[in-house]
Design a protein around this ligand. Sequence first.
Ligand SMILES: [Zn+2]
Length: 158
Amino acid sequence: MTADQPGAEPCPCGRGLPYPDCCGRWHARHAADGTLAAPTAEDLMRSRYTAFALLVATDHDDAARTAAAMVAYLRATWAAETRPAAADLTPGPGETPTAFTRLAVTDTTGGGPFDTVGTVTFTALGRDASGARVRLTEHSRFRREDGVWRYVDGDVAG
Ligand SMILES: [Zn+2]
């Protein structure tokens, strides 16, 4: 994201849409009135990946406010029994979290508007604080309660 034209940037999730037309829709709804509106497990997973990506992006004017909104979104979309504390999602002073730069969704099961469970398998690529490449593959589990998809947990592979 750049400070001058945030709306014109492609969404970090890599779907090929501008951020406001992609994951930004779900982030904005949540920021406006707390509504969690992602219709499928994959949409939710992408919006959570994008929230993590924006959380660590400090190269724009509104970084602190954006980070707080993304932490709130991540916690709200986490199942109650596995939800981390806000402090565990917020980078500490001098801490440089892994910056993910690419996402590939490789498989989904269920997760649709009429399902109650779903899985999404994805690979995320990025760099850690030392500049070393990071490749994370996770098989994530999602659950829909009262029409709202939430992340439950996942198995990290390789
Ligand atoms: Zn997106």
